[in-house]
Design a protein around this ligand. Structure first.
Ligand code: ADP
Ligand code: MG
Length: 356
């Protein structure tokens, strides 16, 4: 194991920013911590770096407990959202910053700075002042500075959030291939689900100070542990229903208007027949059909049609006011009027006990 976080806890006054935080990173793994703003991501990262001391728990790196060590002694590389660069200094001076603190000799210093700039493809900019560079280039200077100390672990806190959308997308693909090429273990913080999925080997989803689920992007998307994860990693419809007892066949759930939908049996263990449940189903697992009085259809009215390029999202308002999103390909031509929503043949909705 590369990094082990064991039961970390951090409180600021009344706020418990991080609690019961337990997570392990394999050597060379790119792990993303994903969660909404304010859920404790930066605090978790600062606990790993050593800028915060936990109230409880341990940080173990390569088998050694480093909880009591200073950030300097831990020697992890850091990249921040703000970059924290010196705008009036040259690219060289900025990248050399962390190395000078390590009292490297001039020749060694030059070699390490150049090596880091080559990796981020900025060698031609070595004498430029940082304030003359674009946002994307500044982000790469910050990355070069973190890599120059040849850290055994790289910590990145929303490093792309100051870039515009198209540059952000391109940069994250480059960043992944760079980090995987170096084989470095990295812990990456973001609130952006697409970014997390694009970048990571595994994603740890966090909410309100706690980890909810850790897994590959596919595991999280296909088997979310709870309603929060389902809604945070991609689009999800949330419906209320009652679990039906499976007579021989697969479990089903009774929805508004008595529609019966098949559900993923995985989520139903421990739930009894008649239990109130929350049903989560992805828009792409639904289809629109003409109303035909089938047992599986939910009848409603198309209230909105959202163009998404290759796909179109239809919002269908049901009798009880719930709006269901259905994603269809562009050939579908549902207009207004009454229409039925039903699960596609392969689809299995996920069920969770209804909140008290
Ligand atoms: N130094 C601090 N002093 C007091 N409260 C803090 C401090 N740092 C973070 N917090 C609080 O802890 C919670 C988590 O913050 P943070 O870790 O920055 O979340 P995130 O990075 O996910 O947005 C927030 O409620 C925040 O206000
Ligand atoms: Mg933060």
């Amino acid at each position: 194991m590369s990094l082990e976080l064991r039961g970390l806890r951090k409180r600021f006054g009344e706020v418990v920013a991080v609690r019961d935080f337990t997570l392990e990173l394999e050597p060379g793994e790119l792990m993303t911590l994903l969660g909404p703003s304010g859920c404790g991501k930066t605090t978790a990262l600062r606990l790993i770096a050593g800028f915060e001391t936990p109230d409880a728990g341990r940080v173990v790196f390569r088998g050694t407990d480093v909880t009591a060590r200073s950030p300097q002694k831990r020697g992890f590389g850091m990249v921040f959202q703000s970059y924290a660069l010196f705008p009036h200094l040259s690219v060289f001076e900025n990248v050399a910053f962390g190395l000078k603190a390590q009292r490297k000799e001039a020749s060694e210093l030059g070699r390490l700075v150049e090596g880091a700039l080559v990796r981020v493809d900025l060698l031609g900019y070595v004498n430029r002042r940082v304030q003359e560079l674009s946002g994307g280039q500044q982000q790469r200077v910050a990355l070069a500075r973190a890599l120059a100390i040849e850290p055994p672990l790289l910590l990145l806190d929303e490093p792309l959030s100051n870039l515009d959308a198209s540059l952000r997308e391109r940069t994250r693909t480059e960043l992944r291939s760079l980090l995987k090429g170096l084989g470095i273990t990295a812990f990456y913080v973001t609130h952006d689900q697409e970014e997390a999925f694009d970048l990571s080997d595994r994603v740890a989803v966090m909410n309100d100070g706690e980890l909810c689920q850790v897994g590959t992007p596919e595991e999280l998307y296909d088997h979310p542990h709870d309603v929060f994860v389902a809604g945070f990693v991609g689009r999800a419809n949330l419906l209320s229903g009652l679990l039906e007892s499976p007579h021989g066949g697969e479990p089903r759930v009774r929805l508004v208007g008595d529609a019966l939908w098949p559900v993923d049996p995985e989520g139903t263990s421990g739930l009894g027949p008649g239990q109130a449940v929350q049903v989560v189903v992805r828009p792409e697992d639904l289809e629109l059909v003409p109303e035909g009085h089938h047992a599986s259809e939910l009848v409603g009215v198309v209230s909105e049609r959202v163009f998404r390029g290759a796909r179109i999202a239809y919002h269908v308002k049901l009798a009880d006011g719930t709006v269901v999103e259905v994603e269809a390909n562009r050939r579908s031509d549902a207009r207004g009027g009454r229409i039925a929503v039903r699960p596609r043949s392969h689809a299995r909705a996920h069920v969770y006990p209804a909140a008290e």
